[in-house]
Ligand binder design. Structure first.
Ligand code: FAD
Ligand code: NDP
Length: 475
């Protein structure tokens, strides 16, 4: 006999946190909702550890969390990993902080300051919050299998947990170099970045070689944000990626040139159009150089890899319909099994605005899809199909951009590419479908979002270019 809940959230990341807030707002009963997450931070009696101990002991003292504590204690048996570090379970947090404030040399952000839902200026959901709201946490615990027919989950501790409704929020994992045929990248100074344990390790490795050389593999989000943070840490950064310019899936060459020039002015070097072929290591198995496909050898003290992600769908493969690498859901975030919902990075959902399904890998989509799934579950007669406007953003150095919609069709650039405010519109079949803006004000970002949502007809691209940001602002 295991435990039974009305609602179970599988995964304890961004989407899980926002779903929990929505459940509490809609009046979920004490003991009806459980979150199961395998995620842990790595630390050695850091403020995080002390914080958790204080929180937990406090809870114990007031007789609460009767179910959470045994699970917590079982899962926190100080598991030895790398030398003197320990693993501690974490409640959902704002993952974007890991490549930004977490990596800064001065006053870096640390948990609990970036627990969800601080990123949306909502309540901060600490362990105490979950306790007060009667939401059970099964942390530091991996779900090994899911049986959607029987409505049960089996955890790594051998416990069976049953549900009436399941929300899958398992997110994604970082792609590994091995998957691209590069062997031996498990050296201590090769870092990936998906969770707080990875970020802690990245900081430790960086601090072990102050002012040293770092090679970043990948020119996407992780590559760009880590490069900026590492330069601020006074590392000598070289970025290596296969495309002709950075952020190739979103940026035009003109936009990319602006950021690359800015990064170069901060000391970042770019090696484009090639990939890594192997590593050279010393007798301690530390990587000492990165060898590229053309034979170029880059001496390095550390490597950061950001080459994309793969959604965590393995638990339900063969049980639910998949599409575009994710779990296919309808406009209510409901999968091919009506008791199972999927949200965040792992969900492929219909984007009404585009008339097609998409799987998005961004935090705004995780937050809003999670809230929508909970609304669908708890107020089915008052919830309509999710109508989402895709939104991506990044902040590096003193730069900040936002993008709304889709980057397809013809592109019209506007603004001052030698200054600090510029942007682009994408126009498809005569309608505005996407908008990008660097250096905007809050009102200007709201204006491009609104314009993209309205999908206005564009008769004259030259006129759109002439009006530039003014076009969106005047709508
Ligand atoms: P996640 O947040 O990844 O959470 C998934 C959770 O499920 C994890 O806790 C995981 O441990 C758990 N889990 C998985 N499998 C199991 C299992 N079998 N058993 C138990 N638990 C399991 N997006 C932006 O829009 N802007 C940004 O600036 C930005 N910055 C980012 C910076 C970094 C470093 C990273 C890695 C991502 C960033 N993103 C950003 C992307 C954004 O964080 C994700 O889109 C978002 O976290 C997705 O939320 P999610 O809940 O679907 O998945
Ligand atoms: P991205 O998909 O953004 O970028 C991966 C990059 O690596 C691409 O340039 C890709 O090229 C390149 N690449 C792929 N394979 C190789 C290879 N073998 N060698 C070298 N380069 C390679 O993924 P990231 O890893 O940067 O980000 C991971 C996740 O984190 C994403 O979901 C992202 O959305 C999220 N994130 C979002 C942020 C934000 O929104 N601000 C910030 C940080 C992370 P190609 O395109 O040719 O495959």
């Amino acid at each position: 006999m295991g435990r039974a809940y009305v609602y179970v959230i599988l995964g304890g990341g961004v989407a899980a946190g926002y779903a929990a807030l929505e459940f509490s707002r809609r009046g979920v009963g004490h003991g009806e909702l459980c979150i199961i997450s395998e995620e842990s931070s790595v630390s050695l009696f850091t403020p995080i550890t002390i914080y958790y101990l204080v929180e937990r002991l406090g809870s114990l003292a007031c007789g609460c969390m009767r179910r959470v504590i045994p699970t917590y204690l079982a899962s926190t048996t100080l598991r030895k990993s790398r030398n003197t570090t320990t693993e501690n379970p974490v409640v959902p947090y704002e993952r974007p902080a890991l490549s930004k404030g977490f990596l800064l040399p001065e006053a870096p952000t640390r948990l609990p300051s970036f627990h969800t839902c601080v990123g949306a200026n909502e309540e901060r959901l600490t362990p105490k919050w979950y306790n007060e709201h009667g939401i059970e946490l099964v942390l530091g615990t991996r779900v090994k299998s899911v049986d959607v027919r029987r409505k049960t989950l089996l955890t790594s501790l051998g416990e069976t947990i049953s549900y009436k409704y399941l929300i899958i929020a398992t997110g994604a994992r970082a792609l590994k170099l091995e998957e691209f045929g590069v062997s031996g990248p498990d050296a201590e100074n090769v870092c990936y970045l998906r969770n707080v344990a990875d970020a802690t390790r990245l900081v430790e490795v960086m601090q072990s070689c102050p002012g040293g050389n770092a090679v970043i593999i990948g020119g996407g989000y992780i590559g760009m944000e880590c490069a900026a943070s590492m330069v601020i840490n006074k590392m000598n950064v070289t970025m290596v990626f296969p495309e002709a310019h950075c952020m190739a899936r979103l940026f035009t060459r003109k936009i990319a040139n602006y950021y690359e020039d800015y990064y170069k002015s901060k000391g970042v070097k770019f090696i484009k159009g090639t990939v890594l072929s192997s590593f050279e290591k010393d007798s301690d198995e530390k990587v000492t150089s990165v060898v590229l496909r053309d034979g170029t050898k880059l001496l390095t003290d550390m490597v950061v890899v950001g080459i994309g992600i793969r959604p965590n769908t393995s638990l339900i493969e063969g049980q639910l319909t998949l599409e575009k690498g994710g779990i296919k859901v309808n406009g209510l975030m409901q999968s091919s099994n009506s008791s199972v919902y999927a949200v965040g990075d792992v969900a492929t959902f219909p984007v009404k605005l585009f008339g097609e399904t998409r799987r998005l890998e961004h935090v705004d989509s995780a937050r809003k899809s999670a809230k929508h799934a909970v609304a669908s579950l708890m107020a089915p007669n008052k919830t309509w199909d999710f109508d989402y406007l895709p939104f991506f953003y990044s902040r590096v150095f003193t730069l900040s951009w936002q993008f709304y919609g889709d980057n397809v069709g013809e592109v019209v650039h506007y603004g001052d590419f030698l200054g600090s405010t510029f942007g682009a519109y994408w126009v498809k079949n005569g309608y505005l479908v996407g908008s990008f803006l660097e250096g905007g004000t809050k009102e200007e970002y709201e204006a491009i979002a609104k314009a993209t949502r309205l999908k206005p007809r564009i008769e004259d691209l030259a006129e759109l270019e002439r009006q530039g940001l003014g076009f969106a602002v005047s709508i």
